[in-house]
Design a protein around this ligand. Structure first.
Ligand code: CA
Length: 235
């Protein structure tokens, strides 16, 4: 049973989240201030933090930074703020993922599961990816669909590999550029867009409506394993 620390100052939202999480067999601890959040994180060592950014005694961002200084616990931000700079700031501060209120229950649960999975699997990411009927083996650099082999370029495998290491989470555009193209090509967002477009053409059932390689506007991309695509469809 996983333990979630729920950091949220609005009692009604805490109540709704507690009911939802307990129905999915999570154990909940609650904190309604930034100060309590830090105390509870240290004393209970929860498996995952679900945190609201606007807290009465401080910014959730500060909590994220402070916790990140000593812990690798997965942190999922839950906030009404839709502004892109807030998302970037939360991810930069060390959050693993971001869910915007109003959220759908299946989506929130899928993000929590993904954050926990990434944490458990640690540095050993899966090398087998399933895109409907298409299977990609990142380690062997082989891709196969119902019609036989699919050719991906070395660059495309590297972009997929980078996304797969954080499957389910947002990977920032600048992180992809740095890791795949190198620090001197950080401005080359066009090459990244072209590469993603080509990957979608090869792997997505409907490249115009991507369900596996999802754009997070202003941030980057998210690779969604099948399990999460199903959860979203159900919601
Ligand atoms: Ca709040």
């Amino acid at each position: 049973m996983h333990q979630v620390l729920l950091i949220e100052d609005e009692p009604e939202i805490r109540r709704v989240l507690r009911v939802l999480l307990e129905s999915e067999n999570y154990r909940c601890i609650e904190a309604d201030t930034a100060l309590r959040a830090e105390i509870e994180t240290r004393s209970h060592k929860p498996d995952v933090l679900l945190i609201d950014l606007g807290l009465p005694d401080g910014d959730g961002l500060t909590v994220i930074r402070r916790v990140r200084a000593w812990s690798t616990v997965p942190i999922v931000v839950l906030s009404a703020r839709t502004m892109e700079e807030q998302k970037v700031a939360a991810l930069d501060a060390g959050a693993d993922d971001y869910v915007t209120k109003p959220f759908s229950a299946p989506e929130l649960l899928a993000r929590l599961r993904a954050a926990l999975r990434r944490h458990v699997s640690g540095a050993a990411p899966t090398s087998l990816l399933q895109f409907g009927p298409i299977r990609v083996d990142l380690a062997r650099r082989e891709s196969r669909g119902s019609g036989g082999e699919i050719h991906l370029t070395p660059l495309e495998y590297r972009v997929l590999g980078c996304l797969a290491r954080q499957a389910g989470a947002i990977v920032m555009q600048r992180q992809l550029l740095r890791e795949v193209w190198g620090p001197e090509r950080m401005d080359d967002s066009r090459s990244l867009r072209v590469c993603i477009k080509n990957l979608r053409g090869k792997l997505e059932p409907d490249p115009r409506r991507p369900r596996y390689l999802v754009t997070e506007t202003g941030l980057g991309y998210r690779l969604r394993p099948d399990e999460e695509a199903r959860a979203d469809a159900a919601g």
